[in-house]
Design a protein around this ligand. Sequence first.
Ligand SMILES: NC(=O)c1ccc[n+]([C@@H]2O[C@H](COP(=O)([O-])OP(=O)(O)OC[C@H]3O[C@@H](n4cnc5c(N)ncnc54)[C@H](O)[C@@H]3O)[C@@H](O)[C@H]2O)c1
Length: 328
Amino acid sequence: MFKICSIGCGAMAQRGHGPAYAKYKKDYPGTVLAACCDINEDRAKKFSEDFGFEAYYTDYIKMLEETNPDVVCLLSPVDLTCPMAVEIIKKGFNIIMEKPPGKNCDEVLTILKAAQENGVNVRTAFNRRYTPLITELKKRIAETGEKIINITYQMYRWHRYDKDFSTTAIHAVDAVKYIASSDYKRVTFDYDFKPKYGENVKNIFINGEFENGVFTQISLVPVGGVVTERLTVNTHANTFFVDLPVWGNIDVPGKLTHIANGREITVITGDMLSNSTEMFELCGFYDENRCFFEHIRHKSETTNDLESAIQSVEIEDYIRKSKTLYKA
Ligand SMILES: NC(=O)c1ccc[n+]([C@@H]2O[C@H](COP(=O)([O-])OP(=O)(O)OC[C@H]3O[C@@H](n4cnc5c(N)ncnc54)[C@H](O)[C@@H]3O)[C@@H](O)[C@H]2O)c1
């Protein structure tokens, strides 16, 4: 028996994670969706009914003590991620938490220290890292035998008047770092402030260089006319265009185009890789949860991806504070 508990039954839980847990239970016999929790009782009840949890709670400590799960999924507001994660880890539970794993570097390090002291498995749910099109991209880049020269990433949104867009921007920063397979060495930031749209609303233009020599340009435009995330990767003789699937965007189910020496080699769509048109699969929510659950079930060594998240959170904090130069 493998028991899953989930905390926070808001927007991401409903559309991304709940369907992933239900599919995992169907695909992997012996899985029990033991309980879910939200301080809003109606939300907790609806989530348990929608995805087949056996119980719901409004107090997560009580839930953990009464159900003793094998894994805890933390889908809380960003401000609560660090204190809640530390409490859960100190009780000895394995945990997968939504991104970002803390608001700043200190918070990530606090979670990392708790994880190391308690020897539990910890995963950050950066779903781009598990999006099937990005998994395929990494595989195809490796097959060329060439080094990446540069990566561009454009994240456009419409009507995103958030005072703090950095918790969304981190997806682009982390995805590029993941594709480059290196740490950022130096990053410069330009900001185009849009006060008529609200306090701290800004377009963000990033130029970065990685330790392994890859260059990147990232454009983050929260108030545009479309929801898209499109990226390009160049090697010496190969170019890859990827249009990622994102909720509400025109690119669903997403597409990867590979061009070599000026000739189109492959066009592959997200649904061809997932065998599904469901967003929770196309966007990586199923795979990020499945990989972590399967690791806990079958591997003896503990896994912890927090170190690879530290720099992404650091750069997120630079964007939040409108800083202009980052040096590793
Ligand atoms: N991967 C992605 O693409 C993506 C997109 C958006 C948000 N997120 C992340 O998902 C997380 C949740 O975001 P959301 O948009 O679902 O937020 P949300 O506000 O819709 O949901 C959060 C839920 O947590 C509940 N909650 C608050 N305190 C609690 C407590 N002490 N115990 C139990 N429940 C509690 C709230 O009542 C709410 O229902 C955030 O970390 C955010 O950064 C990820």
